[in-house]
Design a protein around this ligand. Structure first.
Ligand SMILES: *Cc1c(COP(=O)(O)O)cnc(C)c1O
Length: 222
């Protein structure tokens, strides 16, 4: 059994969705997984994503998991399945505008920042509630807020990772109760990567983003 099949089996039992993170890997590797039934793939660069999307089957659900610049939304708005990384009102508005131009509704997650590293984007936990209020007041008709995404600090300290995942899950719960209690679409907690997905699931993740464990080591210099 391949690593993919093992993970898929594990996640299936727990009803956790798998985003296969294919960034830096060629389309041949994506096709291999596609043939095994995987349909959801994650990318973090607009240019790389649009090239792959044009070469691969139409029924792939592409997720955008990296920092997204407003001026690049237009390149992915006709096909993107889920954007995990919305962390500004301006970006949400731009996605709404471009989705409207394509006559579609784009699903988004709000990225929350709990990790220590400054380099990570996202809304800080204390800003999340006012952010959601502001977003809801805009009544955007072409974006659907489906939940929260977060990343843990890159550390071998399992306890720290667990605490951060607890914080992400708690933020989801708070926002759900305050703003989306009648909205079944708000149901996703995207957290957990190759090194920490098991902890993430124990702490209430509903969607994990796994790259290297499935595809192998990434070479960014290629
Ligand atoms: C690259 C990436 C992943 C996958 O990381 P792995 O450690 O290879 O599983 C998950 N989420 C985001 C946002 C990423 O950029």
């Amino acid at each position: 059994m391949t690593e993919y099949e093992k993970i898929k089996g594990e996640l299936g039992k727990q009803q956790v969705d798998l985003v296969a993170v294919s960034k830096t890997f060629p389309t041949d590797r994506i096709k291999e997984l596609y043939q095994k039934g995987q349909r959801t793939f994650g990318e973090n660069k607009v240019q790389e994503l649009t090239v792959k999307q044009s070469q691969l089957p139409e029924d792939i659900k592409w997720h955008f998991i990296g920092h997204l610049q407003k001026n690049k939304v237009k390149y992915i708005s006709s096909f993107i399945g889920l954007i995990h990384s919305v962390d500004s009102i301006g970006l949400a508005k731009e996605i709404d505008k471009r989705a409207g131009q394509n006559n579609r509704i784009i699903d988004i997650l709000l990225q929350i920042k709990v990790a220590e590293e400054d380099s990570k984007y996202g809304i800080s936990p204390e800003d999340l509630d006012p952010f959601v209020k502001q977003l809801k007041d805009l009544s955007l008709t072409h974006v659907r807020v489906c939940g929260i995404m977060g990343m843990g600090t890159f550390t071998s300290d399992e306890k720290k990772t667990r605490e951060e995942f607890k914080e992400i899950r708690a933020a989801f719960q708070t926002i759900k109760s305050a703003h989306f209690s009648d909205d079944d679409a708000f149901s996703t907690v995207s957290m957990g990567m190759s090194g920490d997905y098991k902890i993430a699931i124990e702490e209430g993740s509903t969607m994990v983003r796994i790259g290297s464990l499935i595809f192998g080591h990434r070479n960014y210099n290629k």
